[in-house]
Design a protein around this ligand. Structure first.
Ligand code: PLP
Length: 399
């Protein structure tokens, strides 16, 4: 054995993938995995959207050669994504002040943004919500940043500790990088109100902080427009702005790895300089992105009938999750009337911080083969007509 390899210790297991491993090994036919981060339809399957099938049929007919894409990705994709994220009629798009580069999913977009920022803001520190998607910290740390938490979730109210968050923003040094979830906060499901966003935008702008909006669930909250509004509001505020977005969930294209990084600047000339440098980051990472997923999304977004279909299918996913939230609350009211779960219908997106403790999560797993994250996070999109009653009975029994 080489001393190089013998010195390598085992890395900790990914907590969420660990749940899936346990679930896969479980022989109970009634097992339910609420630990996942994907949308399942009412049959418990990851859907293949009709709009995606139709776009793929169009692409198949072309039998196009597989050349390299440009470093920043497919032009039609970047344009369609930029218009989706900022609005086609927005000043940043109209004035060509925004740049968008195709990325390897939302994760890849965050990593590009982090590497870019490390080059040009090496001394800044990064702030993420407490709690946040667990990969946020790791991604920015691996880019070389010190990562801090700002207060976010308030277990007592099951909502946002807004004064805590605002106080933290008010004490960050200028140039600090603040990662914000544009909608459908993962893992808590607790989002800011419009009025709270107004205050956040004010502080971020006044203090010269650098907002980095992560939008991985556009369309799962209140709709495509409503969920994207915060991005537009930040862009209108005029400072530097980073936006990572992902189509993993909204197009059910997880394994195709389709996302993008957009950056809003103050002039077209500045944007061109930014893009030239971002291309160096991409070039030295993976050279250029893959073709297929980007083509599918570009085709759907730029073909009116397919786009209409996508919006309907996305609305279908959003509505189904809402129905599951409502059923979850109504059924628990019946089975466990002493406990109030009304907050679950206030939460947005695929997840709910259910308030279940680690011990309760363990009991659900050991007694009922129901798998959730230790923090009590459940994926509401993994509930369906067939498993919800069993899940509710099991939860009522551990409360
Ligand atoms: N950001 C957040 C908040 C997420 O929850 C996720 C996925 O779970 C991502 C980014 C990454 O998205 P992708 O799977 O497209 O890399």
């Amino acid at each position: 054995t080489s001393p190089l390899f013998s010195a390598i210790t085992m890395a900790p297991r990914d907590p969420i993938l660990g749940i899936t491993e346990g679930f896969n090994a479980d022989k109970n036919p009634a097992k339910v995995n609420l630990g996942v981060g994907v949308y399942y339809d009412d049959n418990g399957k990851v859907p293949l959207l009709e709009c995606v099938k139709k776009a793929e049929a169009i692409l198949m007919e072309k039998f196009a050669p597989r050349t390299y894409l440009p470093i920043e990705g497919l032009a039609a994709y970047d344009k369609a994504v930029q218009e989706l994220v900022f609005g086609a009629d927005s000043a940043v798009v109209q004035e060509k002040r925004a740049i968008t580069a195709q990325a390897i999913g939302g994760t890849g977009a965050l990593k590009l943004g982090a590497d870019f920022l490390k080059r040009f803001a090496p001394d800044a520190q990064v702030w993420i919500s407490d709690p946040s998607w667990e990969n946020h910290r790791a991604l920015f740390e691996s880019a070389g940043f010190t990562v801090n938490n700002y207060p976010y979730y308030d277990a007592a109210t099951r909502g946002v500790n807004f004064s805590g968050m605002l106080n933290a923003l008010n004490t960050m040094p200028a140039g600090s990088i603040v990662l914000l979830h544009a909608c459908c906060h993962n893992p808590t499901g607790a989002d800011l109100s419009d009025d709270q966003w107004t205050q956040v935008i004010e502080v971020v702008t006044a203090r010269g902080l650098v907002p980095f909006l992560d939008m991985a669930y556009q369309g799962f909250g209140d709709g495509i427009e409503a969920d994207g509004k915060v991005v537009r509001r930040f862009a209108e505020a005029g400072g530097a702005l980073f936006v990572s977005n992902s189509f993993s969930k909204s197009f059910s294209l997880y394994g195709e790895r389709v996302g993008a990084l957009s950056i809003a600047a103050s002039s077209a000339e500045e944007a061109a300089r930014i893009m030239s440098q971002l291309k160096r980051v991409i070039r030295t990472n993976y050279s250029n992105p893959p073709i297929h997923g980007g083509q599918v999304v570009a085709t759907v977004l730029s073909t009116p009938e397919l786009r209409q279909l996508w919006e309907e299918e996305l609305a279908g996913m959003r509505v189904r999750i809402r129905e599951m939230r409502a059923a979850f609350v109504a059924k628990l009211k019946e089975k466990a009337p002493a406990h109030n779960f009304d907050f679950v219908t206030q939460q947005r997106g695929m997840f709910s911080y259910s308030g279940l403790t680690k011990e309760q999560v363990e009991k659900l797993r050991d007694n009922n083969s129901i798998y959730a994250v230790d923090t009590g996070r459940i994926c509401v999109a993994a509930l369906n007509q067939r498993n919800i009653d069993a899940v509710i009975d099991a939860i009522a029994a551990v409360l």
